[in-house]
Structures are given as C-alpha cells and as structure tokens.
Design a protein around this ligand. Structure first.
Ligand SMILES: Nc1ncnc2c1ncn2[C@@H]1O[C@H](COP(=O)(O)OP(=O)(O)O)[C@@H](O)[C@H]1O
Length: 282
C-alpha cells in the first residue's frame, strides 16, 4: 500500500479529502478508488517524493525550518496557517468567521482546513509540484487519520523548545506586510533552571527595505499565544503519539537559534551531505 499511496497526485489527495469527509468510505475503498484512477501506482521504478510533516508548538519555528528544507529539497512548503491568513485577508465570505476563531487562538474547523488545503494542492499540481512539507497540519487526531487514509507520510519531525522561550518568540514575531517574510525582534536569553540548559537566540532582523513595513499577527498577543499553547497541548499533542505509534516521529530539541539548530537538524535528518552536494552542483 505504501508504494501505491506514495505515488498519489495532489489532485487525488484533494478529491479524497473531500470524499473522506463527506462519506464513511473505508481505507480499502479509498485505495481501490486510487488504483482504478491511477493504473501505474505499483511501478517500482517511479521515484519517491518527500512527504513530510512538521509538528510543534506555536512559535517553535516550524515555518522557518520547513521553509529552509523546502528550498533545499525542492518540495513545496505548505503551511495551513498561511492558507488561513490568505483567506482572512482576501475578504472572501469566510474571512469574518475565520478572524473571530483565529484571533481567539482556537482551531478552524476540519472542513474549512481541508477545503483550503485541497485548493492549495490543486494549484500546486497544475504547476507540476510533487511531494510536500506540511506545517501546521495535521493538528487534530481526525486530521491525522484522514491524511493517513489519503496518502503516505514518510517522516514527521517534532520540533521542541522550552515554553517560556516559545511565548517570547511569538511576541517578537513580525511579518513584512509587503513581501510576507517573517522576522523576529526578540533577543532571547533564557536562564538555566530546573536542569534545563540556558538558551540564547539573536533576533532575526529584517533588511532595511522591510523594516518600515513590519506588522504583528493579531493572534500573537500574550493572552492569545497562551490560549494557542493550551489548544496545542489538548488537541495537537495527541497527534505526536499517533505518529510515534507508527514509528514515523523524529523528535528534535532545538538547541538555540538558527545558526546552531539548522546544521544539527540537517545532521539528524541525514541531509548534511545533501546541502554540500547541492551547492556543489548549483
Ligand atoms: N490544521 C489546522 N487546523 C485548524 N486550524 C488551523 C490549522 N492550521 C492553522 N489553523 C488556524 O490558523 C491559526 C494560525 O496557524 P499557524 O500559523 O500554524 O500558527 P502557530 O504559530 O500557532 O503554529 C491557528 O491558530 C488556527 O486558528
């Protein structure tokens, strides 16, 4: 089954998301649908994609590391939080309803998330994308189960950081309103305590042309960040166990900021060599 599902195209994934939500389709029925739609599934010569998931609390840096890996591996970085924010700023029919949920730190309904994700996968397929690094999805057991029905995830990376640092990082987050890039103005110096090592992180400051256009996410206030952390522990932490039981979870304790963490993450992923080889052929 792994060989079959790995070859799934985003369009099949998106249509299957919809089917999984609207019917009580069993996995066997879903797979048999895939086989009839894609007769070359079991071709062993087909190359495999990276189909990865990034988990971790708000502010841990999922977006930063997923986006770096996406550039390195040449697969799209798909962040459901970004899809939600795009929908919010589009002033479409959903935006009012979404603003209320997101600004309280709550989760958007699975139906809305699957719709946004399906649309994103379809656009990607039309551009010839393959593979993905998912960031911020799945965030509930139900999302993980449905994802499991429609495709095969190769690896789940669970990023971890001290909670006091997470809150400081969220409060320091800024986005350039023009280019959309993320920065962080917090200068973190967390003391060693209760057996935990101290940790320092330099701010990630914007270039001059972005500096005057920085905005703060409406959900990055202390009260909402704390609520998002509570929601994470309640709804998303069980997703870690879901993947742990499948033997797909790689835990990664971030040792500090990007300069210390990035090389160590590449090493943990066995990709340190990959970066050198890619830059040699570039
Ligand atoms: N998979 C998802 N399921 C439900 N809601 C989501 C999902 N992904 C994003 N959201 C909504 O978008 C908000 C921002 O998401 P994100 O940028 O991933 O934030 P975080 O910094 O908390 O990881 C979330 O607080 C939630 O309201």
């Amino acid at each position: 089954m792994a060989a079959l599902t790995r070859l799934l195209k985003p369009s099949s994934i998106s249509s299957l998301f919809t089917r999984s939500l609207s019917t009580t389709t069993t996995t066997a029925a879903v797979i048999s649908d895939i086989e009839s739609e894609h007769p070359n599934f079991s071709d062993p010569k087909s190359s495999r994609n990276f189909q990865w998931v990034f988990l971790g609390c708000p502010g841990v840096g999922k977006g930063t590391y997923a986006s770096r890996l996406s550039n390195l591996l040449g697969v799209p970085h798909i962040a459901t939080g970004d899809l939600v924010r795009e929908e919010l700023s589009s002033a479409g029919p959903l935006s009012h309803q979404l603003a209320e949920i997101v600004n309280q730190g709550k989760l958007v309904s699975d139906e809305i998330i699957f719709n946004l994700l399906s649309k994103r996968l379809e656009v990607g397929e039309s551009k010839g994308e393959s593979g993905f690094i998912l960031d911020g999805f799945p965030r509930t057991i139900r999302q993980a189960e449905i994802l499991d029905e429609v495709t095969e995830i190769d690896l789940v990376v669970n990023l971890k950081l001290r909670e006091d640092v997470l809150v400081e990082k969220c409060l320091g987050r800024r986005i350039c309103s023009q280019c959309g890039k993320g920065f962080n103005v917090a200068s973190i110096n967390a003391k060693a305590e209760n057996g935990r090592p101290g940790m320092s992180m330099d701010p990630l400051l914007p270039p001059q042309h972005c500096a005057s256009k920085l905005i703060t996410r409406a959900d990055d206030t202390e009260q909402v960040v704390k609520e998002r952390l509570r929601v994470y522990y309640e709804k998303s932490q069980p997703v870690e166990d879901f993947y742990k039981s499948q033997g797909k979870l790689m835990e990664f304790d971030l040792p500090g900021g990007i300069p210390e963490s990035w090389p160590k993450l590449l090493e943990a992923l066995n990709l340190d060599d990959y970066e050198v080889k890619r830059s040699a052929v570039a």
